[in-house]
Write a protein that binds this ligand. Structure first.
Ligand SMILES: [Ca+2]
Ligand SMILES: [Ca+2]
Length: 130
């Protein structure tokens, strides 16, 4: 019976040690991530980020977007979004700006003035090609 208690105690001690080791690792991991994120937080690497519409197919939410839903499934597949982005590029080049009429474009409106302007086209150009 005494032996059982001793074994039980050891298991408890080992568990505590393991939990502490794990949480210590987690903290280190978090710090490392922070360091990595912080060090890559330059405009260049920012431009390499995958746009939200490429990660998750966006739903059509308004008539402007519906024009680009070529297969009429209520979603904007990457190929359809790219057509939209190319139109945005063309319009900005023609008129100087485009109103942010879609959540997809919000991602590109870096100064959040609800217009896409020539200064904000670089990332759109990149994403429209890939
Ligand atoms: Ca579609
Ligand atoms: Ca803007």
């Amino acid at each position: 019976m005494k032996k059982m208690i001793r074994i039980g105690l050891w298991i408890m001690i080992l568990t505590v040690i393991m939990v502490q080791a794990a949480s210590a690792q987690l903290i280190n991991y978090g710090r490392r991530n922070q360091f990595i994120n912080g060090s890559t937080d330059s405009p260049k690497s920012d431009d390499m980020t995958v746009p939200q519409w490429a990660k998750e197919t966006p739903k059509v939410t308004n008539n402007s977007e519906r024009r680009y839903d070529i297969n009429r499934d209520g979603l904007l597949q990457s190929a359809e979004v790219k057509v939209m982005l190319r139109d945005v590029i063309e319009t900005v080049e023609d008129r100087g700006s485009v109103v942010v009429y879609s959540d997809i474009l919000k991602e590109y409106d870096k100064n959040k003035d609800r217009y896409i302007t020539a200064a904000e086209l670089d990332k759109i150009r990149q994403d429209a090609q890939n």
